[in-house]
Design a protein around this ligand. Structure first.
Ligand SMILES: Nc1ncnc2c1ncn2[C@@H]1O[C@H](COP(=O)(O)OP(=O)(O)O)[C@@H](O)[C@H]1O
Ligand SMILES: [Mg+2]
Length: 374
């Protein structure tokens, strides 16, 4: 093989850190020339201000240097033309010229779980962030959409800073702990509240689903706002096959508000996968369990939902109250990553595996069959 081709071959091992595809495949390698033992590589970035340009330059140099006979590499950075970007966007959309919600397309295999709760503060976002990180650590491709527009907390819990990179009207989601995450919190200035009404909320969720380049995901998790408001309904409309996971504490279970978040499924024809009881107890130094918020709440909610929905709604797991879990969330590293051996991390991981190990049902899924008119 001519040495130029060997260098090109080596460059196919360089993965764009945001798009997660080889740079050779997404049209970023403009030119490769070899003069003596020096390789000159021209790279077209998606935008000239690409925040990843140093990393890409370094990776290109490392890859080209590994080719036998090359001992120097120069990298010339440029930016893609309008036309190249259009082509890239269409390629990332799988050849579709317009943004579409990929998760509802026929043949899409992404499992979508919407994490719901009756009220705030029960640990819905903590659970979402941990399930996502645990699934990603198990090698799955995971995305998190923070649908809690008014009370977003996913960027903080996953430790994502800054905005998604824009490829014109397409957004490349930041990746933290190998999880792709998008949240309204990445767009609003710090300390500023989001004051929106129904239609704008709907549009925001729609954009997060269609305009974000999620790539091929195994699992998409949505952190829903508490209750059964506009956003929960928008999610049900936009993602009819999303399955609900209800998070409750033993205490909020008693009031009956937890199952309302699940009962919405009767109206939206979504299904409820199960209930997670969070803050179930606190482990004492002597190994005993202190049931700070009461006992058996998760089971109560699961039983009531089973009755209301007429399907078997199980308790997926009980997660203990654990200071490390709170600290980890505050620090932007989910406890399943920061302290994987704690009881809370164990419990989170177990729920994650239960969810990913489930048989995929066909209920609510488009089979991609068009009925023939007679
Ligand atoms: N199992 C747990 N152990 C300790 N603290 C927890 C646990 N689950 C959640 N928390 C803490 O409780 C608070 C509320 O959790 P959060 O996930 O923000 O709830 P929600 O999203 O339901 O409003 C956060 O400070 C979080 O760190
Ligand atoms: Mg939350």
């Amino acid at each position: 093989m001519p040495i130029v081709d060997l260098v090109r071959d080596a460059l196919s091992t360089v993965i764009d850190p945001e798009i997660r595809r080889p740079i050779t495949e997404i049209g970023m390698v403009r030119s490769v020339d070899v003069e003596g033992s020096t390789a000159h590589v021209g790279i077209d970035l998606t935008t000239s201000g690409c925040p990843m340009k140093d990393r890409i330059t370094g990776d290109v140099k490392d890859a080209a240097m590994r080719v036998e006979g090359i001992d120097e590499v120069t990298v010339e950075l440029g930016a893609m033309s309008e036309e190249q970007r259009l082509e890239l966007r269409s390629k990332l959309r799988g050849g579709k010229p317009e943004p579409v919600i990929q998760f509802t397309q026929p043949g899409n295999m992404t499992r979508v779980y919407a994490i719901a709760s009756g009220k705030g503060g029960v640990g819905k976002s903590t659970v979402t962030a941990n399930l996502a990180a645990a699934m990603a650590a198990d090698g799955l491709k995971v995305g998190v959409l923070d649908a809690d527009i008014f009370g977003f907390s996913i960027p903080g819990m996953l430790g994502v800073e800054g905005q998604p990179t824009r490829l014109d009207d397409m957004l490349l989601p930041p990746i933290a702990h190998e999880v792709k995450a998008v949240s309204i919190g990445m767009f609003v200035p710090e300390g500023q509240p989001v004051v929106w009404r129904g239609p704008m909320l709907h549009r925001a969720i729609e954009q997060f689903l269609a305009d974000v380049y999620w790539g091929d995901l195994d699992v998409l998790l949505l952190d829903l706002p508490p209750g059964t408001g506009d956003i929960a309904i928008s999610v049900a409309q936009l993602l009819p096959h999303a399955e609900l996971v209800v998070v409750t504490t033993p205490q909020s279970a008693a009031s009956g508000v937890a199952e309302r978040a699940g009962s919405i499924a009767t109206q939206t024809s979504q299904s409820v996968v199960g209930v997670i009881e969070n803050m179930a107890w606190m482990e004492q130094p002597d190994g005993s369990r202190l049931h700070v918020f009461g006992e058996g709440g998760g089971q109560i909610v699961a039983d009531r939902l089973s009755k209301t929905l007429g399907t078997d709604v199980p308790v997926l797991g009980q997660i203990p109250l654990d200071i490390t879990a709170r600290e980890a969330g505050d620090a932007g590293t989910p406890v399943v990553i920061s302290d994987p051996d704690t009881p809370a991390a164990d419990a989170m991981r177990e729920v994650a595996r239960r969810l990913t190990g489930r048989q995929r049902g066909l209920a609510g899924r488009s089979l991609g069959v068009t009925p023939v008119k007679k």
